[in-house]
Design a protein around this ligand. Structure first.
Ligand code: ATP
Length: 287
């Protein structure tokens, strides 16, 4: 039996540069992994099939699960017929903008690479993952990267300065397609991606806090005012920077002092059902 951790990611920045002829958006985003992770256990299965046993009964356990798709694709690429049994302990909120499913798929690729002794590099696993989802290459490596193209082209960056990350997910579902659909590519304000990269390279916490930005935030807030309310609450309770991650609805706050973390978490609990206080994972490679 093998074990892999599948950490969530947050977007320090998320920018959309345009729409491509193939229908994908051209993005530019700085992402980093945080210490809130699903757990994936992997063991061989005698019947030659792919099985998923999930702790979350609403997450599909069949070919709709990204873990299933990753295992199936890797088997085909490697010419392997072995079956596999995954046990998935979901701790990352689902459909939250935290790339939970993508990270599970990336963990499946890393784990099966070990289980089947394939000897593939992380670059090769990332390339395979990109065929399933644009966020999977980032999740294969974890740490901190700037992602371009449709999200699959990565350049690794230094870890963010150490701080706390408070994740708060309101009880609403966001359609990623609707959030992108509401973007006005001509008039929208772009985040300070270059300033964020410089802040990370300088290890400058204040500059990092000043440079967070996500073009999807106004789009999602237009559909769900709860996101704006949550942002206001987090700011009021004392977070140093507040932003929505991905297409939402999760909002995160960056906080430098542990005393303030408790105050913010307790303040948010009154009106947000799901709140986690975690650390950045930084640049630790996952394999
Ligand atoms: P992203 O930030 O990449 O947009 P997300 O965090 O918003 O992702 P996920 O939690 O990955 O969203 O799940 C989105 C949908 O994908 C779910 O509604 C679920 O049905 C499906 N899904 C497939 N595989 C998984 C998985 N392993 N874990 C969670 N959801 C999965």
């Amino acid at each position: 039996m093998l074990h892999e951790k599948a950490p969530a990611k947050i977007n320090l920045t998320l920018d959309v540069l345009g729409k491509r002829p193939d229908g994908y958006h051209e993005v530019e985003m700085i992402m980093t992994t945080v210490d809130l992770a699903d757990r994936l256990s992997i063991r061989p299965s005698e019947d030659g099939k792919i099985h998923i046993l999930s702790s979350d009964r609403y997450v599909p356990d069949d070919r709709r699960n990204l873990v299933w798709q990753a295992a199936d694709l890797l088997r085909k690429k490697a010419g392997i017929r072995s079956g596999v049994m995954f046990t998935l302990d979901k701790r990352i909120p689902v459909a939250a903008g935290l790339a939970g499913g993508s990270s599970d798929a990336a963990a499946a690729l890393r784990g099966l690479n070990r289980l089947w002794n394939l000897g593939l590099s992380l670059d090769e696993l990332a390339e395979i993952g990109a065929e399933i989802g644009s966020d999977i290459p980032f999740c294969v490596f974890g740490g901190t990267s700037i992602a371009t193209g449709r999200g699959e082209k990565l350049r690794h960056l230094p870890a963010p300065p150490n701080c706390w990350v408070i994740l708060a997910k309101p009880a609403i579902g966001v359609s990623t397609a609707d959030a992108y659909g509401r973007l006005n590519l001509k008039t929208m304000e772009h985040p300070a991606t270059a300033a964020m990269e410089a802040a990370l390279k300088a290890g400058d916490y204040e500059a990092m806090c000043r440079s967070v930005g996500n073009v999807l935030e106004p789009a999602t807030m237009g559909m769900h005012p709860e996101v704006a309310m949550l942002k206001d609450g987090m700011k009021r309770f004392g977070a140093d920077a507040v932003l929505m991650s991905g297409s939402g609805p999760t909002v995160y706050g960056l906080v430098s002092s542990e005393a303030r973390v408790a105050r913010i978490v307790n303040g948010l609990r009154g009106f947000c059902p799901e709140v986690h206080a975690v650390r950045m994972l930084g640049e630790i490679p996952l394999a």
